[in-house]
Structure formats: C-alpha cells, structure tokens
Design a protein around this ligand. Structure first.
Ligand code: ADP
Length: 259
C-alpha cells in the first residue's frame, strides 16, 4: 500500500516544480487490520463467556437453588472459564512464537506414534466423527518438540471436527516424501472459499459466513500451527473445495533422510 502526497515548490517567488512524496504504508495498514481483528475477537470471544459467567453467578447469589441446579450452573461457569483461559494461552503462545521467545525442546520421536495417540485422545472425546489413521511406513522418526507438534496436529484435528458435520469421516494419512514426513488431514466438512485461502493462516482471520459464525473460534489456531511448523523447518498447506471438505498437509523434515 502506497500513500502519495504532492506539494508545489516555489523558490524566489517562482513556481519551480512539484514534489511528490510516496510512502509505503503496508505495515501501518497491516497493524490497523490486526487492531480491528483484535477488537472484534475480544468483543466476541471474551464478552460471550464473561457474560454467561456473570449471569450464572448472579443467579446463584440471588436465588435459592437446588444442589442439582447449582451443579449445572457451576459446570457452565467452569467450562466458560476454561474457554477464556484457552484463548488467553493461545494468544500468549503466539506472541512468544512471533517474538522468537518460544523455547522448543527438541528430541527425536516417532510421528506415527504421536498421531495414533492423538487419534485415541480425540476419538474418545469425539463420538461424532470417525477418525482413521493410515501410513505406508512403520516409523516416521522426526526431531522436534513433541508437545508443540502435538499442539499443531491437535489444532488441525480439532478444526476438522469443528468444521464438518457429525458423522463425518476424518482421514489422516502419513507418508514419506523425499526427505520429509508428510501428514495429510482430510475432512468432508464445510470447506473453505477460494477467496479466503490466502489469508487463512493470518492471526485472527476467520472465514465470515453463517456456518463459521455459529461454530465460533478465535482465528488463532492456524497461525499457531504455521509458527510451530516454521520452527521445525516444516511447511503447512491447505487444499479445499467449498461445501466438500478440506485437506491440511504438514511436511516436517525426517530425522534420517535415507531411512
Ligand atoms: P478458529 O477455528 O478459532 O476460527 P483457526 O485459525 O483454527 O481459527 O482457523 C481459521 C479459519 O479457517 C476458521 O475460522 C475457519 O473459517 C477456517 N478453517 C480452518 N480449518 C478449517 C476446516 N477444516 N474446514 C473449514 N474451514 C476451516
């Protein structure tokens, strides 16, 4: 983005020419965009849980409630508090990563094992989706921060669940491509409009339509995924057809390129 100013130059009472000043304001435009997105995220994502916490606690203070009712309200307060704390953690995580202050503890581990473990975890919590894992090799050794890699794939599996209808299949395929371990996560959900593809990994970006508004989210998950992949010299890509589904692919360097 370029802003242009012009000014007439007079010298000794005579018109001498026009001075043209062009300023690159790309950074400022980007900061403005982030500010707007931040404000709208805060208003949706912070206000909604806060007002329900406020409402439930007010009811509990003012009314005589049966123990059963009390428990229901407390559970609601608990889950809204958890939502707030996840949001704040995501935000702080991302700030740390972007400022290169995130510390990664590298170790070598089997990516297949980690994904199988995640599947188990999500499979247990999601009775609504059928998750399958397939691989054409028995081990995929990589070098990385297992906790962060778990967070990366956890986010992608969560999104696949979130953005596809109950009963949908989620297929995770692991393979070797040259010196890379490649993991594809395919869902058969709402898909992503072509126009949104370029911005998908930006902080706070969310596709804005009636489906995604209902589903809710912060727009931070994918930017966190991209930062984690970057810190491991990896890459993340997406292919999608609106209304049919999406495939997110993550490539990470293998520990032994020739194994
Ligand atoms: P959030 O899910 O919290 O909104 P993300 O950063 O994880 O944020 O994703 C950004 C946006 O990308 C989402 O709001 C959604 O519009 C779109 N998106 C991500 N994953 C999928 C998917 N599997 N299917 C369809 N849309 C997706």
């Amino acid at each position: 983005f370029i802003k242009t100013y012009s000014e007439k130059i007079h010298y000794g009472g005579q018109f001498r020419g026009i001075m043209l000043v062009m300023r690159d304001v790309t950074n400022e435009v980007e900061i403005d965009r982030l500010k707007n997105e931040l404000v709208s995220t805060i208003s949706h994502e912070l206000r909604t849980p806060l007002s329900s916490i406020y409402g439930f606690t007010e009811l509990m203070i003012e009314r005589e409630l049966s123990p059963k009712r009390q428990k229901t309200y407390l559970e609601a307060v608990h889950s809204e508090t958890k939502r707030l704390s996840l949001l704040i953690n995501d935000f702080l995580d991302l700030q740390r990563m972007e400022a290169d202050r995130q510390e990664y503890e590298f170790e070598s581990f089997d990516l297949i094992e980690l994904i199988e473990d995640l599947k188990q975890f999500h499979g247990l919590s999601s009775t609504t989706h059928v998750i399958t894992v397939s691989h054409d090799v028995t081990h995929l050794l990589i070098e990385g921060d297992a906790k962060k890699i778990r967070q990366l794939f956890g986010n992608l599996i969560n999104n696949a669940i979130k953005y596809s209808p109950a009963g949908g299949a989620i297929d995770i395929e692991l393979a070797v491509r040259d010196t890379q371990a490649s993991v594809a996560i395919r869902d058969h959900g709402i898909g992503i409009p072509t126009a949104a593809m370029g911005e998908l990994f930006q902080k706070f970006y969310r596709v804005d339509n009636s489906d995604t508004r209902k589903i809710g989210g912060t727009g931070l998950g994918l930017s966190i995924c991209r930062e984690i992949a970057r810190a491991h010299d990896g890459e993340i890509h997406v292919e999608s057809i609106e209304g049919e589904g999406s495939t997110f692919t993550v490539d990470l360097p293998l520990r032994h390129p020739n194994a």
